[in-house]
Design a protein around this ligand. Structure first.
Ligand code: MIG
Length: 662
């Protein structure tokens, strides 16, 4: 049961697309204050839990910390980080026997103080007094999530090839570089389905252009790679370079398609291309215009995109440049002082993504003219919506790969997300485990982290362990920042260790694809905390470093350095599946605590009692998988397999579901 409550005049974010009538009673559960903006307060018992918030740091149970919903380009994901790239305002609260969900639908900044300031109080605050709040009642967390997901619409479904292993780096600089990566993998027989093109494929970072010197005749190159089972996936950035003669810039200016400043002039901000304007994605006309540009690349054979810098990220604005110059000039005329120098240093450092800039530009939306800061969290969502809606028009019968960095709930209908600029840190493997179910609750199913870590140098053992988690995530991409150590699998000793792990991914694709499709079609979660499945089991309720995947599997990844293995809690009897040297072996294990040895070149996962999963043989790319030769493993007798051509959109066709029997 979902109910809607309005405070003030809420902005229609189009996160919820199911028509929900306005409730006639007052908001239940929360004590509401509308003194300064809005505040919602709820007292909790010590054993109550709060789940959700999508892309955020800390636990699966969010208690004990404070989070800001404010799409942020912050590449330092530490325990102190309160905002990441996504703003996902959906929570489920478990209060004793009672459980309910709440979605706070506002494009402005929201703060979720989850028993942080006061250990027994959940307090949600917002400066904006306009908000829609949805309350969802149900019998279990699953019921509530399903009801919410039904209200926000079906999650984005990528093409099947996007379940393959993919390689990225900022940046592969030219065709020779890309060929070197492809060859590195193919020579060793390590499967690979895509290579990403980061910003340097463009001409001076201009969206929808291709650097002719390094990537001349791209269509032919796309074909060449595709013939080898590898797709190229270019990046698209939010900012449009200001440059006379550049059609995207000129059309945007001519039609007033860019965000404007207080004087109605296009707002200027510096990002990778230099000074840029931001397309006003909150305006449907602008979405149609910008989205249509993706055709330039699909016409070249491109089938997937990643949208970046769409918080939007701002290095600095024209205003910051002017102010900095003024300060420096003034300093030069004055006597040197440490304080003044430090002040300047601080000032320059604080210019990136600053509130002054987010307050200095405006959107013309169907709801009226809005200052950016009041609708900030909708920007990346609508950039990706622009692409998603356009791709549906450009090639209506075909699925495309599409994912974004910034997001808001609603964007899950148009694309997936990757979790941005993590680091080659062990703790970030654990972060990924924890974020997966929270993202699923909010509708984001096609998700994954930069495997091996984006920032700083990776290490062989870390990459192996991270891949051993990554083989279970729908988006499986190894990506690294400019200037860091090369981290393609073939760069390390004993590459067969990598091959065995990635081969296992391909063997699991019939399962992962089926479970993904079921989760999407049924509005269910693919990654589930043990707490959701075994709410009466106190140990399960407190286990946050293991996950259930779909209806049959459990994973317990190793996320610490030098580990012999790890402690695993089995909430019920399960079959342990161990991959050693590419071979699988099976052991029946009993409910309870176990220490499981797992070498860094091994993978162990668990099949639930009475369940079976399909395995196929590995292949160099998804298209080459033989889905007619599938074996069922586990103690169960049958499995409901989902298969289709992997491209078209006939999702509901009953012929796509096949019961496999032993
Ligand atoms: O300011 O395009 O998160 O994946 O490699 C950095 C370069 C811009 C941030 C993305 C990252 C990408 C990088 N981008």
């Amino acid at each position: 049961m979902i109910k809607k409550y309005h405070f003030g005049k809420p902005y229609n974010t189009e996160a919820v697309i199911l028509p929900v009538p306005l409730a006639t009673d007052t908001l239940p559960y929360f004590e509401v204050s509308a003194e300064k903006g809005l505040s919602f307060k709820l007292k909790l018992e010590k054993s109550d839990a709060v789940y959700g918030l999508g892309e955020a740091m800390r636990g699966i149970n969010k208690r004990g910390y404070i989070y800001n919903s404010f799409c942020s380009d912050d590449p330092n994901h530490t325990e102190a980080t309160r905002s990441l790239y996504g703003a996902h305002n959906f929570i489920v609260i478990e209060m004793g026997e009672k459980v309910f969900g709440a979605f706070f639908d506002t494009p402005s900044t929201l703060t979720f103080d989850v028993c942080y300031t006061a250990f027994d109080t959940l307090r949600i605050t917002c400066e904006n007094e306009n908000m829609a709040v949805y309350i969802i009642d149900g019998d279990s967390i699953y019921d509530i999530v399903k009801e919410f997901r039904n209200a926000i619409g079906r999650s984005y479904i990528p093409p099947m090839w996007a379940f393959g292993y993919t390689q990225s780096r900022w940046s592969y600089i030219d065709k020779a570089d890309v060929r070197r990566i492809a060859k590195g993998y193919r020579d060793l027989g390590i499967p690979l389905d895509a290579i990403y093109l980061d910003i340097d494929y463009m001409e001076r970072y201009k969206d929808f252009t291709v650097n002719e010197e390094n990537f001349g005749n791209l269509p032919e190159f796309v074909e060449e790679m595709k013939a080898d089972g590898i797709r190229l996936v270019p990046i698209i950035d939010a900012g449009v370079k200001i440059e006379e003669g550049y059609d995207v810039y000129e059309e945007g200016i001519r039609n007033n398609y860019f965000c404007s400043d207080k004087d109605n002039k296009p707002f200027k901000a510096c990002v990778w291309p230099g000074m840029t304007h931001f397309p006003d994605f909150l305006n449907p006309q602008v979405r149609t215009w910008f989205g249509a540009k993706y055709k330039i690349l699909t016409d070249m054979g491109i089938e997937g995109f990643w949208n970046d810098m769409n918080e939007p990220a701002i290095f600095f604005s024209q205003n910051s440049v002017d102010e900095t110059h003024r300060k420096i000039k003034k300093m030069a005329d004055e006597e040197f002082s440490v304080d003044k120098f430090n002040e300047l240093k601080f000032y320059i450092g604080s210019r990136q993504n600053c509130n002054e800039d987010y307050s200095a530009f405006y959107h013309n939306t169907p709801e009226g003219r809005f200052c950016h800061k009041d609708v900030h969290n909708l920007y990346g969502y609508n950039m990706t919506r622009s692409a998603g809606e356009a791709l549906d028009k450009i090639e209506p019968s075909k699925r495309h790969l599409l994912f974004s960095r910034a997001s808001y709930i609603g964007m899950h209908r148009y694309g997936g997300i990757w979790t941005g600029d993590n680091h080659s840190w062990w703790s970030h493997i654990l972060n990924e485990i924890k974020v997966l179910p929270s993202l699923n609750m909010c509708g984001f199913l096609y998700v994954g982290a930069d495997l091996g870590g984006f920032g700083c140098d990776t290490s062989r053992d870390l990459l192996l362990r991270w891949l051993s988690l990554g083989i279970f995530t729908p988006l499986m991409r190894n990506h690294a920042a400019a200037g860091t150590r090369e981290q393609e699998c073939f760069c390390f000793e004993n590459p067969e260790d990598f091959k065995h792990i990635i081969d296992l991914r391909y063997r699991l694709i019939p399962y992962l694809y089926s479970e993904f499709m079921k989760a999407s079609l049924e509005n269910e979660m693919m990654f589930k905390p043990l707490a959701f499945e075994f709410p009466k089991d106190e140990v399960a309720r407190h286990t946050e470093d293991q996950l259930l995947i779909g209806n049959e599997l459990m994973i317990a990844p190793v996320y610490t350095q030098n580990a012999l293995g790890r402690y695993v809690y089995l909430p019920e009897d399960m079959t342990a599946v161990r991959m050693t040297g590419g071979e699988l072996s099976y052991t029946e294990m009993h409910k309870g605590h176990h220490f499981v040895e797992i070498a860094e070149n091994e993978v162990v996962f668990f099949i639930r009692a009475g369940k079976a999963i399909p395995l196929c043989k590995a292949a160099k790319c998804v298209e080459d998988l033989d889905l007619d030769t599938i074996e069922l493993v586990g103690t169960g007798k049958e499995y409901l397999l989902y298969t289709d051509d992997g491209f078209s959109k006939d999702y509901e066709n009953p012929a796509n579901f096949k019961t496999l029997k032993k």
